[in-house]
Write a protein that binds this ligand. Structure first.
Ligand code: K2U
Ligand code: ZN
Length: 174
């Protein structure tokens, strides 16, 4: 079922997440909850720390073509094993930093190794939006946000804005 998304600034988003030893039924259920949360947001990726779970698990589905079948993926202990020299720039957002977008430059293609929902080792190469997204999600597992690639001033302005946003949200709820 859908989980609340942790909003920046929050120490849970800065922690390095712990690797997973083996894929259990409860971890498969966690991945399903993350996919439900991601589709509902809507987003095209989500990392476990964003729902307050400090484990190395990400989900993504970057299928953008209208009418194309969804391609949900869950990756346990994902790691980039190689990346292209070519880079591209994408205007990134983040479900933990709503309504903030900024250009981030990343390798255009990455080869990723991970453990899938059945506990099997996988390796695949991603490019385009999938590459941007998988790198954005793996950054979350290392406590890194896309705003960490911006200038300290820009990051500070965004953080101040988010502190206000969270304060207003809290008073609305009260
Ligand atoms: O990690 C997240 O917060 C999920 C992001 C993943 C993402 C960020 C930037 C670029 C690609 C993926 C959410 O999907 S943010 C919403 C979004 C949707 C489409 C394109 C970009 C951002
Ligand atoms: Zn994010």
């Amino acid at each position: 079922m859908k989980r609340p998304i942790v909003l920046h600034p929050d120490p849970r988003l800065k922690k390095v997440a712990a690797p997973i030893d083996d894929v259990s039924d409860e971890l498969r259920a966690l991945a399903d909850d993350m996919l439900a949360t991601m589709y509902d947001a809507p987003g095209i990726g989500l990392a476990a720390p964003q729902i307050g779970v400090s484990l190395r698990l990400i989900v993504l589905d970057c299928v953008k073509e209208e009418g194309a079948p969804p391609r949900p993926m869950a990756m346990f202990n994902p790691e980039v094993v190689s990346s292209s020299d070519e880079t591209n720039v994408y205007e990134e957002g983040c479900l933990s930093i709503p309504e903030i977008y900024a250009d981030v430059t990343r390798p255009e293609a990455v080869t990723v190794r991970w453990i899938d929902m059945n506990g099997a080792e996988q390796e695949d190469t991603f490019d385009g939006l999938w590459a941007t997204c998988v790198q954005h999600e793996i950054d979350h597992l290392d406590g890194k946000l896309f705003i960490d690639y911006l200038s300290p001033l820009k990051r500070q302005l965004i953080t101040r804005k988010m502190v206000k946003f969270k304060r207003n949200k809290a008073t609305e709820k009260a």
